[in-house]
Design a protein. Structure first.
Length: 94
C-alpha cells in the first residue's frame, strides 16, 4: 500500500505543479526553471506531458535501484514548488 501511496503522491504534486504553472503562464507569468523553460520552447503545449513523464521515469529508476525514499524528497520539493506557484497565482490579477 505504501508503494501505491508514494506513486500517487508523486503524480499529484506533478499535476499541481503543472496546473499552477499553466495558470501563471496564462496570466503573463514566466517559467523560472531554465530546464523546464527549454522543454517548453522545444515542445510547446506538450511540455506538461514530458515533464510528468520524465518525473515518473526518474521515480521508476529510483524505485528499481532501491532508492524509493528519494521519491519522497522529489515529491516534497515539487510540492513546495506547487505551493509557491499557488501563492504567486493568488497575488496575480485574474
Amino acid at each position: 500500500m505504501f508503494d501505491l501511496i508514494t506513486i500517487i503522491a508523486m503524480f499529484l504534486v506533478q499535476i499541481a505543479d503543472v496546473w499552477t504553472t499553466n495558470r501563471i503562464l496564462s496570466r503573463g507569468g514566466v517559467e523560472l526553471n531554465p530546464f523546464i523553460r527549454w522543454v517548453m520552447e522545444k515542445t510547446g503545449d506538450q511540455w506538461s506531458f514530458i515533464k510528468v513523464a520524465l518525473a515518473l521515469a526518474v521515480a521508476a529508476g529510483l524505485w528499481v535501484s532501491g532508492e524509493a525514499w528519494a521519491i519522497w524528497i522529489i515529491t516534497g520539493i515539487t510540492g513546495l514548488v506547487a505551493l509557491n506557484n499557488w501563492r504567486v497565482l493568488r497575488g496575480m490579477d485574474p
